[in-house]
Design a protein around this ligand. Sequence first.
Ligand code: FCB
Length: 445
Amino acid sequence: MATYKFPHNFLWGAATAAYQIEGAWNEDSRGESIWDRFSHTPGNISNGDTGDIACDHYHRWEEDIALMRRLGLKAYRFSTSWSRVLPNGRGRINPKGLDFYDRLVDGLRAANIEPLLTLYHWDLPQTLQDEGGWDNRNTAHAFADYAALMVKRLGDRVKYWTTFNEPSVITFIGFLTGEHAPGIKDQRVAYQAAHHLMVAHGLGMQSIRAIEPDANAGIVLNLWMSEPASDSADDLVAANKFWDENETLFLDPLFKGYYPPAVYDMVGKNMPKIQDGDMALIAQKMDYLGVNYYSRNVIGVNGKVARIAGSEYTEMGWEVCAPAFRRMLVRINNEYSLPPIFITENGAAFEDEVGADGKVRDPRRIEYLKDHFIQTRLAMLDGVDVRGYMVWSLMDNFEWGHGFSKRFGLTYTDYAAQKRIVKDSGEWYAEVIRKNEVEESVGAG
Ligand code: FCB
């Protein structure tokens, strides 16, 4: 039985995002966001679910901080809702919105929990969308002003700032498949939006640094390892091409200062308009990289392999393959000159139920987390500088297009009663944090 010890200052935590938990969508002068509009449009979300109430965190934040204490979290990653603080995206400030985040941050500090704040987790103010959204370069400047507003108000207490969560999901699912807000399917718009997200990231970094030079500022990317379906050279070429087209779209501009040649080949005339100075702005130095990891893509000459024989799959239909996590971390560490890394999301959706004894037994989630913690520790021994780990998620919440049908929480959310029930995985995670170590044999049931 092996025991994996973590460095003493390793930052264990959990993550959420504003639209997925807050609710109170139209209270205290909050403005509409693209996710309100999208979820209120019939046919977009499973079961017609919306984030109108979600976990009602806007009203229950104190109880939720108590929950974090109970789990022993050292850190909490959350996002702020742009349209809650600037209902029209720019201009008029909503003091009640700012007050909410102020109370939350004070509450976290009082509980000795390090806040990691993400400025943009997909919920663009609808008024900015009406002016073209991320297809319009002005949105990047509006973002820089929003970032400055938040840092002025919270920068004395928040030390970790993230500009964007997962620009590739915004680009591919918001603008290519249209399954996320704003529900657009247009390749030209997608790649122009991608570039404007990068410009906004660069401007946002400058806003943060101008106000709080000592803040830690970075971005969060979701990275799926890409692996060949067989040992054949053709499959290897296909897997590498897939990696270049999908995963390096943001890694390359951020850490090398150019878009990958494979993306130029794929996108052709729909490559974005880039202005002089943009690439240097985008590639400015960051203090950390946030990595969200869930699964891998197995690619052959015929495309993605839908089902790997013998593999386990989660409720999202994502293959469970923890060793690919280590391989991915080592790969990016070898291919780029990276700042320290935080795992900013990792977790799994399974079908959880409350038992007759009131407990939620989720051994598969414990196994999943345990294996991914261990692979991270092994990657650290390989030389990858990982400083912390945020499990997705603190509690079950609104899972975008899937509504409430997918449960990722360490805590079960009973939406009707607005009750939180710590799952077995939550109890197990609390022990991991307390001991700062993971035991290989624990968790099977
Ligand atoms: C990530 C998102 C997060 C959550 C997980 C399951 O892509 O950042 O909000 O939905 O997936």
